[in-house]
Design a protein around this ligand. Structure first.
Ligand code: ADP
Length: 666
């Protein structure tokens, strides 16, 4: 019960496992998709993180640069204030201004010019010398390339204006490493470039690059410091190819390993399958049983070689066929169709059924068909599997046996009748002869006595004639019934005995009687009629079997066991002897003459003619019969037959021919 549950559970889980295994091929594709999506997500998040970090760094750098710029400007402004203080004690001349240490230092650092203006904005002094403009307004563009800015302080009623280069301010105020990383620009509120550390200070150039603007404030009001990353950040997907290539290489390696394993498994399974298929094919082809698989509608799915040989058709002409089948007998199609429907409905007899089929060459064959359900791998019935056994030979043998038994019974009846007639003739001959003798005597006595009544004399004469006629009739009947002269020929006595045993084997087996054989190496052929000798032996064997069952008080059909020994030997130069012995009750001193007397029988249903016939058959063959005790414990019946001699046979045949032609003439 448990085992059944386990098997059914296995059967149920088998399809799921099979489906999972069949989907295995999808695994590398799924792994690739997961890998690509993973890499994309990773690259995207890494890129976002980078951007944020870059932005934060940019802001920090911008703020720190702005602070440094402002500090630098504050220092310059402090220098200008120092100059302002020293200006009060200085003569209002250009040479005084030009020789001032603060002015020379400032010009060396980043000042472009220093202009001293009076309260009416007229230039008192200007260094350096070149001063193309008569007057300079605050915020004007200074001489030289690029834009300039200025710092202004009031010294009493006068004004001191220092023009400086914002570009120089940027160059000197910003650490070098920042200039490597960023393009730095000073712009005003209308996006006008005041100064730039970029070689190509075009606003367009910075498109797509990351930048940050911070108000400078302090001594440079209205100006902004803008930092733009020199490098355009690469889009995140630009980093993907190499990662993907590496990843795919790895995946390919794994997939190849898996594939190799799979291929090995498949080739191993294929090898095993081939061996099994070849083995099964060999088994099916060598089987004596025809196999036929059909689906639920009766369509043939498979046939083995034995089946094809049985019906004389190749598999390709059978597979796929629906009823009616080409091997059904054409004269019984309707009947077979009904039987086929019964079988497909699952009502075929479990013990099988007999059918008549037709071989392609027209020969009929008897088959025994056993139908069983065809179950597929999932436990479902998909059709019927038929096992077919050709029983034609067995049927023919049975038929032959039946004919033989009938022929034998007929022959035996004829012989028995002949023997009965012979016995009757023998028995009636004496009273008839006596009747005829008395009749003739009475006629003679009446004639001698001068009896004159002719009617009585005639009646007596008629009586004598009728008695003679009766004698002739009996003789003729006997001759008619025993007319078959034995067909003596060279016969193998042992072979005849074996055939006789074969014919009664079924009865002997039922009674569990064993037959033992004993024969010399070179037994000569005997001169005998094989059919008559076969009957003699059958009679002796049956008598032995009867004696063994009767002797033990059993019915003849009951199985009692016993042994019959059949021994052939050469009794003399001219004769072969055969003994049939048993271990039954024996003969109790009865001699063969008594046993073979006509109508002698100790059996309730016995006729008592068997041994009489046997003896006369043996004697007709010029042999002799004997009976006695066997050393098996029962009876022994023996007979002898002459060894076959070709010359002798010819002579006797010639004599028989002469007698037959003489009889025909008479
Ligand atoms: P039936 O078989 O009809 O009796 P048979 O002439 O064949 O006639 O046999 C005559 C009798 O001989 C049998 O009734 C039986 O008493 C005896 N007899 C024949 N064979 C044996 C034997 N093997 N053992 C003992 N008795 C036998």
């Amino acid at each position: 019960m448990l085992a059944t549950q386990i098997i059914s559970a296995n059967i149920a889980s088998a399809p799921a496992m099979g489906r999972a295994r069949r989907s295995l091929w999808l695994l590398p594709l799924l792994a690739s998709v997961v890998f690509v999506v993973g890499v994309l997500a990773w690259a995207y998040s890494a890129d976002r993180f980078d951007r944020e970090e870059r932005r934060a760094t940019l802001i920090t750098d911008a703020l720190s640069s702005e602070a440094q710029l402002r500090a630098r400007l504050d220092i310059e402004y402090a220098h200008l204030e120092d100059l302002g203080r020293s200006l009060k004690k200085m003569p209002r001349t250009r040479s005084a201004l030009g020789s001032n240490i603060d002015v020379t230092d400032g010009l060396r650092r980043l000042w472009l010019s220093v202009t001293w203006l009076d309260s009416n904005n007229r230039i008192i002094a200007h260094v350096p010398d070149q001063m193309p403009l008569a007057s300079l307004q605050v915020g004007d563009i200074a001489d030289g390339p690029g834009l300039s800015s200025h710092l202004t302080i009031n010294v009493g009623d006068d004004k001191l204006v220092v023009r400086y280069s914002p570009t120089l301010l940027l160059r000197k105020g910003i650490p070098w490493w920042l200039t490597r990383k960023y393009d730095l620009q000073l712009v005003d509120s209308s996006e006008q470039i005041i100064a730039s550390l970029d070689e190509t200070p075009l606003r367009l150039d910075s498109v797509g690059r990351e930048s940050y603007k911070v108000v400078v404030g302090g001594n440079m009001p209205g100006a902004y410091l803008e930092l733009t990353l020199r490098e355009t950040p690469k889009p995140f997907w630009r980093t993907l190819p190499i990662v993907l290539i590496c990843g795919f290489l790895l995946l390919m390696l794994v997939a190849t390993t898996l594939l190799r394993r799979q291929v090995r498994q498949i080739s191993r399974a294929e090898g095993a399958w081939r061996t099994e298929a070849a083995w099964r094919q060999a088994m099916e082809d060598s089987a004596l049983v025809g196999l036929r698989a059909r689906d639920a509608q009766g369509r043939i799915l498979y046939v083995n070689r034995t089946f094809c040989d049985m019906v004389g058709l190749p598999p390709e002409r059978l597979i796929g066929l629906m009823p009616p089948m080409p091997y059904w007998p054409p004269d019984a199609i309707d009947e077979v169709m009904l039987r086929n429907q019964r079988n497909l409905a699952g009502n075929a007899p479990r013990e099988g059924y007999e059918a008549l089929w037709c071989h392609q060459d027209g020969r009929r064959l008897n088959v025994m068909v056993f139908e069983s359900p065809l179950i597929d791998a999932y436990g479902q019935q998909t059709g019927w599997m038929g096992s077919i056994i050709d029983i034609t030979a067995r049927k023919q043998l049975e038929e032959r046996e039946r004919h033989q038994a009938e022929a034998m019974a007929y022959q035996s009846r004829l012989t028995t009748l002949g023997e009965v007639a012979s016995a009757l003739a023998h028995q009636l001959n004496q009273p008839l002869t006596a009747i005829m003798g008395y009749n003739m005597g009475m006629q003679r006595m009446l004639t001698d006595a001068g009896y004159g009544n002719q009617a009585v004399i005639n009646a007596l004469k008629q009586q004598g004639d009728q008695a003679a006629e009766a004698g002739k009739i009996v003789k003729r009947i006997r001759e008619f019934l025993t007319r078959r002269a034995p067909q003596r020929e060279s016969s193998d006595l042992m072979l005849i005995a074996r055939r006789a045993v074969e014919l009664v084997q079924r009865d002997l087996s039922k009674q569990h009687i064993q037959v033992q054989w004993a024969e010399p190496a070179h037994l000569p052929m005997v001169c005998a009629d094989p059919i008559l000798m076969e009957q003699v032996l059958i009679n002796l064997i049956r008598n032995a079997a009867d004696a063994m069952s009767h002797g033990q008080g059993h019915a003849p059909e009951e199985s009692v066991g016993g042994t019959i020994r059949i021994t052939a030997s050469r009794s003399s130069e001219r004769f072969v002897r055969m003994d049939v012995e048993d271990n039954g009750p024996g003969l109790n001193g009865r001699a063969v003459e008594q046993l073979s007397a006509p109508f002698y029988s100790t059996k309730a249903d016995g006729m008592g003619m068997g041994l009489a016939i046997c003896r006369s058959v043996i004697e007709v063959h010029h042999g002799g019969m004997d009976a006695g005790e066997s050393n098996l414990g029962g009876a022994r019946f023996s007979f002898t037959l002459p060894v076959f001699d070709a010359q002798l046979q010819e002579d006797s045949l010639a004599a028989e021919d002469a007698r037959a032609s003489l009889e025909a003439m008479l």
